[in-house]
Design a protein around this ligand. Structure first.
Ligand SMILES: [Fe+2]
Ligand SMILES: [Fe+2]
Length: 192
């Protein structure tokens, strides 16, 4: 039994603040548009978009506790920056809660915080949509927006990921081991 966009939206609306819901709606719409331009499944992209921040507002201690209970890998970076776990914990919890979600949607949700070395297309679409949704105003975002549908999906993802990594380094934040693995895959041309 599949989960429709409307059902997913109703569930997200019960959990997130108005701000979080608005962001999720914009990411869903953006992911749908990006997916259509690259021949990726639009409905799956919209579903991943609306669900991706399922645990975005879950308190830090609870995220770490849930991750441990679920048997996920909790590195020292996750302990220092538990926010990063909101992707993988959402992947695991959504799989338990909704039997009808595809692996592609779950993987995309799980990979949206620190990526993964073999990024599937739907995961790249979600990652890009999260970075360029209309309310984002960070440096370079307009360049990314104007490249959608013009540059190959992998290039666009590589640019979006590089911008996130720059941001981490500029702010002297820790870099998760999975981020290092993802970046190394991107620059060695094997991100997918
Ligand atoms: Fe997120
Ligand atoms: Fe997000």
């Amino acid at each position: 039994m599949g989960l429709t966009f409307e059902q997913a939206h109703a569930e997200v609306a019960k959990r997130l603040s108005a701000e979080g819901l608005g962001h999720s709606e914009r990411v869903a719409a953006t992911a749908g548009r990006v997916a259509a331009l690259y021949g990726v499944d639009v409905e799956q992209a919209r579903l991943a978009g609306v669900l991706h921040d399922w645990h975005r507002e879950t308190p830090a201690e609870e995220l770490v506790a849930r991750a441990r209970r679920l048997g996920l890998d909790v590195t020292d970076v996750d302990e220092a920056v538990p926010y990063l776990l909101h992707g993988p914990v959402a992947e695991a919890d959504l799989e338990i809660q909704f039997s009808g979600l595809s692996d592609a949607v779950l993987t995309a949700v799980g990979a949206h915080t620190y990526g993964m070395p073999e990024m599937p297309e739907l995961a790249m679409v979600l990652y890009i949509a999260d970075v360029i949704e209309p309310a984002r105003h960070q440096d370079g975002v307009d360049m990314l927006r104007s490249s959608v549908g013009v540059r190959p999906l992998e290039d666009l993802f590589g640019e979006a990921y590089a911008a996130s990594l720059h941001h981490l380094i500029d702010r002297r934040r820790r870099v998760h081991p999975q981020t290092v693995a993802t970046w190394n895959a991107i620059v060695s041309g094997s991100s997918r």
